[in-house]
Design a protein around this ligand. Structure first.
Ligand code: FAD
Length: 409
């Protein structure tokens, strides 16, 4: 394949939550100021992934296309999309090397996200599923349904990690078992275990919420192991630090983020494997290089900690960077970036969640509906939002998608 060598005005690396929002806002604003500048968006996939819903796709609560939107249909001329892998960024020469060739830029936005962290635990990578990518979620769904269709009477499913993702995955699977599996597979038994290294699930949340979540999961027959650290994973069992062996047919790994900035940038330009940026989201040494989302290390000036690795933060950072680039093109200044979370919503299966918004806490269907509504805002395009809202409504009152595609080519 012939390698490209070209130049673009604004280069966005990664079209996930942060990168796509930077593109959307930039394209709109460039049009408004009648600027001829061209944006090039690069991603290794030709679709935008909405990661926070992948565990729902894995359990058939939503269809996969609700979490994956083709990028070529939303990145429109004169701007362009390139499906290729980013390999290296040289902020001194202002070039990015990809497996398709080299691209020179005036402004670059790094939005390459993060990956699963297996903490070098033996067997974890080989013998667990994850819900961090669409293909990961689809692999989990395919193998789980295929196991349901096999003659085995019991499936032991173990979820590692009792923070947000682990609790959400446990909530979805326990609801799946209680509704569809008990009705459609009455002779099957699914035993769900949730392993948490801390003494509580969701340790960062208030005691009242932690208690509510743990009680709700236990009532749905999720067996919770607290103060338990996984030391080894095999195809038959997980071994805990205290030597206990937990029999398990399928494991889902939900714990930890692996930060990846040092895979692309020289080590001297990274901090904690992330991209250290100023309160204007520009790299501390290179003002034309921005970073947003999980890969960015942004200090919260209120408490000197870092802004969280959340879709909500990535979305707002993407928007801010777009505004900052437009201001820079127009030789204007804008105020510094500040992130304030709208709230925390923890889904616990379909039609159930806990939402903490300002001083208010909501439980059950209202909280679940609030979450779905908030998520709709992340999706590109009004028509698509309406279609997805109708699909969700119809889907949430019928059975999940339980399709066994094991024998397909
Ligand atoms: C199961 C789960 C549930 C979550 N729930 C919530 C929630 O409820 N609320 C919330 O706010 N956050 C949630 N999060 C966190 C949220 O998904 C992330 O913080 C958010 O996606 C980060 O956005 P980003 O733009 O940095 O990265 P991403 O959205 O991950 O996008 C990164 C993009 O970069 C691309 N890419 C990566 N490497 C390369 C490369 N080398 N070359 C080319 N392209 C590349 C990827 O294909 C991807 O499109 C959840 C995460 C998970 C895993």
């Amino acid at each position: 394949m012939e390698k490209i060598h070209e130049k673009t005005d604004i280069l966005i690396l990664g079209a996930g939550i942060g990168g796509y929002e930077a593109y959307r806002t930039l394209a709109k604003k460039l049009k408004r100021i009648r600027s001829p500048k061209i944006i090039t968006v690069i991603d290794q996939n030709n679709y935008f992934t909405f990661t926070p819903m992948l565990h729902e796709a894995a359990t058939g609560a939503v269809v996969p296309y609700h979490c994956a939107i083709p990028l070529r249909s939303i990145i429109k001329a004169p701007h362009r999309f390139l499906k290729t892998r980013v390999e290296h960024i040289d902020p001194v020469k202002k070039t990015v090397t990809t497996d398709a060739g080299k691209i020179q830029y005036d402004y670059c936005v790094m939005a390459l996200g993060s990956q699963v962290n297996y903490f070098n635990i033996p067997g974890a990578r080989e013998h667990t599923y994850h819900v961090r990518t669409l293909s990961g979620a689809l692999r989990l769904q395919r193998d789980f349904v295929s196991n349901l269709e096999k003659c085995t009477k019991e499936i032991n499913l173990t979820i590692v990690g009792g923070a947000f993702t682990g609790v959400e995955v446990a909530g979805q699977f326990s609801h799946f078992v209680k509704t569809d599996i008990e009705k459609l597979y009455p002779d099957k038994k699914v035993h769900i275990r949730l392993i948490q290294s801390n003494e509580f699930l969701l340790p960062q949340l208030p005691q009242k919420i932690r208690k509510h979540v743990a009680t709700r999961l236990r009532n749905e027959n999720v067996e919770i192991y607290l103060n338990s650290t996984v030391k080894k994973v095999t195809a038959e069992y997980l071994e805990l630090a205290n030597g206990e062996k937990i029999p398990s047919d399928m494991n889902i790994w939900t714990t930890g983020f692996a930060n990846t900035a040092a895979c692309y940038l020289d080590k001297d330009f990274c901090e904690r494997e992330r991209v250290p940026v100023t309160s204007r989201l520009q790299h501390q040494k290179f003002t034309h290089l921005y970073a947003v989302g999980d890969i960015a290390l942004v200090v919260d000036p209120n408490n000197n900690s870092f802004y969280p690795q959340l879709g909500e933060a990535a979305h707002k950072e993407g928007q801010y960077v777009a505004k900052h680039i437009i201001a820079d093109i127009q030789h204007k200044k804008i105020s510094e970036f500040r992130f304030k979370s709208f709230g925390t919503i923890i889904p616990l299966g379909s039609w159930d969640a806990v939402a903490m918004i300002g001083p208010f806490t909501f439980y059950g269907p209202i909280a679940w509906w609030l979450r779905r509504t908030a998520y709709l805002l992340f999706f590109p395009g009004l028509l698509r939002k309406i279609k997805i809202a109708i699909d969700w409504t119809l889907h949430s009152i019928s059975h999940r998608y339980i399709i066994d595609v094991e024998n397909e080519i």
